[in-house]
Design a protein around this ligand. Sequence first.
Ligand code: NAD
Length: 268
Amino acid sequence: MRFAIQSRNDPQSNELMERAINYLTNFGLVVDEERPEIVLSIGGDGTLLHAFHRYTHMLSEVAFVGIHTGHLGFYADWKPSEIEKLVISIAKDEFKVIEYPLLEVTINYQNSEECYTYLALNESTVKSPEVTLVMDVELNGRPFERFRGDGLCISTPSGSTAYNKALGGAILHPSLQAFQLTEMASINNRVFRTVGSSLVLPAHHKCILKPVKAEDFTVTVDHVQLLHKNVKSIQYRVAKEKIRFARFKAFPFWQRVHESFIDSDLKE
Ligand code: NAD
């Protein structure tokens, strides 16, 4: 089997990476940065986001697994002390692959046929270089609301525990084929009105954001932030592509939520 490792590049993650390479190659696995079948991310959730973006062009061929060298992460759920156990399971092919949905982000520009499409594992956010973001929100081709506020966050179910949660959005089980639109500090008074709640949209729905006056926007896709000029529209929907995680042990999602946000010593 071909494998690649993405390290957070701190001394502990790099040392663990060297050990993992030694163990895996001793078991006959081959390092292949170009066409890996399994990618080990060593660091934190951010490291797995980097690994995901490195291999977005071949998601159907790659399975990801994360080891945390800091605190327990949502994508990094193996402890460094478990590395040998993990390597043996990889070598013996003792894992199953689970697939979770992603978000497709398409940005169209004024006076141009060109558009850019990105895939997000966690979320995409839209903010304005001006103080207030003003955008029309269209759902399935129908006007829904005119948003005024700090910004909008459109997240995947896997990303619902990240930025979306900090904004008061709902936590979605990552197996749901859906995406979520969450407001960042909307202006709501007698003149301006937004729905206020997060919206969870199914796989066959589309959300389009259209600029009202300004045309330049700061758009993030996970950890990547870019200023897009002359934006005509930004379309969001559940992507055709999926992320594949290698699963070796049962670690129920709601237990992970409990351990991450409520109490790390889960009482049976
Ligand atoms: P990072 O790696 O330092 O991540 C920031 C924090 O988000 C870390 O604690 C990480 O464990 C956590 N995180 C990432 N993905 C998660 C997930 N799916 N569920 C639960 N927690 C998760 O920083 P980065 O490399 O810049 O990562 C970018 C991510 O940071 C973005 O995708 C966004 O979700 C998150 N973020 C969060 C906030 C916030 O909570 N206010 C603000 C900006 C960005």
